[in-house]
Ligand binder design. Structure first.
Ligand code: MN
Length: 243
């Protein structure tokens, strides 16, 4: 199983989540929301070869954390994975919209300088701005748009820009999410949970809940779950070898 966007350090008891994810052999991309959280998370994950830590600055925290951008850029030298980064255009984060774009550009330009990284990207209410900036930095690496919620036109633009997509149970629970998913190229999709933030029935999703996404995908693609697992695993292997 693949959970390519999970805030594993933010569960009430990260150690037990990590222990089970590791025991079940789940590949997890542990995204972080502040550069300062990276080293602690990295330490928690020692010995878990299938769980990788990404360094990030969540767009919703850019207002209070933008001073940590230098730390983020320096950690980027040590890891292939960057996230969660991106832009959030929700009304409550509009005041930092310009600053978010500056920070996002800074991260992508650092990524170009380092030869490219695998980037897990947030784009809520800001798909247009995220895509414009991505297109300015085509050599920044592999762009994985997490829980994409833009329009179909924006989705087509993302596909043309070579973006990948991570989709999870919460996204696939909505009609709109399913419609977007059905328009994504089958070879550019991996699964995620976005736990503990993303929930189903008011319960935080756990890394092993990506199984719920497999069932939804099997229905939408009209194929067996085992084949879905094979395709997603193959996609994941392609994705990580590209960078
Ligand atoms: Mn997230």
């Amino acid at each position: 199983m693949i959970d390519f966007h999970c805030h594993i350090d933010l569960y009430p008891d990260p150690a037990s989540v990590i222990e089970r994810a590791n025991r079940e052999g789940i590949y997890v991309l542990a995204v972080t929301t502040t550069p300062k959280a990276w080293s602690g998370t990295q330490n928690l994950l020692k010995g878990c070869s299938r769980i990788k830590t990404a360094v990030g600055i969540h767009p919703e925290l850019v207002g209070e954390r933008h001073q940590e951008i230098d730390l983020l850029c320096s950690i980027m030298q040590e890891t292939r994975y960057v996230g969660e980064i991106g832009i959030d255009g929700s009304p409550q984060h509009r005041s930092t919209f310009d600053l978010q774009q500056q920070i996002f550009r800074r991260v992508l330009s650092k990524s170009v300088e380092l030869g490219g990284r695998i980037l897990s990207i947030h784009s809520r209410y800001a798909a247009n701005e995220v895509l414009s900036i991505i297109e300015e930095y085509p050599k920044a690496g592999i762009f994985v748009l997490h829980w994409f919620s833009g329009s179909i036109i924006e989705l087509d633009r993302a596909i043309k820009s070579g973006c990948w997509f991570s989709v999870g149970p919460a996204m696939l629970a909505s009609q709109r999410g399913r419609e977007l998913f059905l328009n994504m190229p089958r070879d550019k999709v991996v699964t995620e949970t976005d736990g503990p933030f993303a929930m189903i029935d008011k319960k935080s999703l756990m890394p092993w809940d990506v199984g719920i996404a497999f069932s939804s995908i099997a229905k939408l693609w009209n194929i067996e779950i085992d084949l879905v697992k094979k395709i997603i695993l193959g996609n994941f292997q392609n994705l990580i070898k590209k960078q």
